[in-house]
Design a protein around this ligand. Structure first.
Ligand code: F3S
Length: 294
């Protein structure tokens, strides 16, 4: 059995930074809480819970003794101000790439541009971005969402969810350009996403079975799953090693592994160890374990 592990599988820079800040705070501060689950991965959330860090649903639940961690997805300006006034301490773990989108949106909204976000309106990152233009953005997730009347004679500033699919983004952006008077288009898709999607595409073309590891509520993991399905007839989406179907896996000779940007290294490692135990190989090495160890 041959196993190909994507070089950049697992935590991206922004998620790793947020996890590290949360773990450090759990040792140094009291009443540490995250606003929403720190990342879309149940194993990572469980790890923090074991260290006493729980997750709050909204800023309304914040108490005056709390230390609040803002996760990598970021939050809107209004929520940020409430948080600052209510909590004892705020640790901002918003990914710098997401923070950059907040700055672009705030500045161009003030300058009179209509803000357009290409992304999923239900995703917390998109909700957060919308909170930097008084929640007035047009949010579009597919080409049919580009309705002519919303764009005619408008000056628009277009940004995107960092994990949005690059091909779809291009399609939507081109249609917007054709309809508007003035369009300021800024591609804010994160390269970490593109790299993971490209690697997944390359590997899934070469293997008989593709295993995608990540939270089922993680949008970037689901995108890796969709890309794998376009190129490989057999794809498994698993949250962790407990969901591995070993008997089925034994039927395949060449297996590809990838993992979403919110999948912790210890989860990938456990899956790999299980696969090594049923393959002929003694050990499977990859820089990924050293680079992202947590
Ligand atoms: Fe940041 Fe990109 Fe990750 S925006 S949170 S480094 S996917």
């Amino acid at each position: 059995m041959e196993i190909l592990l994507a070089k950049n599988a697992g935590f991206c820079f922004g998620v790793k930074n947020a996890m590290e800040k949360a773990l450090k705070a759990s040792e140094e501060e009291k009443n540490v809480k995250t606003l929403g689950p720190i990342i879309h991965n149940p194993d990572a959330v469980r790890l923090l819970e074991e260290k006493g860090v729980c997750s709050l649903n909204s800023v309304e639940d914040v108490g005056e003794d709390d230390t609040i961690i803002i996760r990598s997805h970021g939050i809107g300006k209004g929520e940020y101000e409430i948080l600052k006034s209510k909590a004892m301490k705020v640790i901002d773990a918003t990914c710098p790439y997401v923070k950059n989108i907040h700055n672009i949106v705030e500045k161009n909204f003030k300058n009179g541009y209509k803000i357009v976000i290409i992304g999923d309106s239900e995703h917390p990152e998109v909700k957060g971005i919308n909170g930097w233009c008084d929640n007035e953005a047009i949010i579009i997730k597919d080409i049919d969402g580009v309705v002519e009347d919303n764009f005619k004679n408008q000056r628009v500033c277009v940004v995107s969810q960092t994990t949005f699919n690059a091909k779809k983004w291009h399609e939507i952006a081109c249609k917007i350009i054709a309809l508007t008077k003035e369009a300021l288009i800024i591609n804010t898709i994160c390269s970490a996403t593109e790299i993971r999607q490209k690697e997944t595409e390359d590997i899934s073309k070469k293997v008989d079975l593709m295993i995608v590891i990540g939270g089922k509520n993680s949008s970037n993991t689901r995108k890796l799953y969709e890309i794998s399905k376009e190129n490989c007839n057999n794809v498994m989406l698993i949250e962790n090693a407990n969901e591995l179907n070993i008997e089925k896996i034994k039927q395949f000779n060449k297996i590809g592994i990838t993992a979403g940007a919110s999948t912790p290294q210890f989860v990938i490692e456990e899956v790999m160890n299980n696969l090594v135990s049923i393959s002929n190989e003694d050990k499977i090495t990859n820089d990924v374990f050293e680079k992202n160890k947590l």
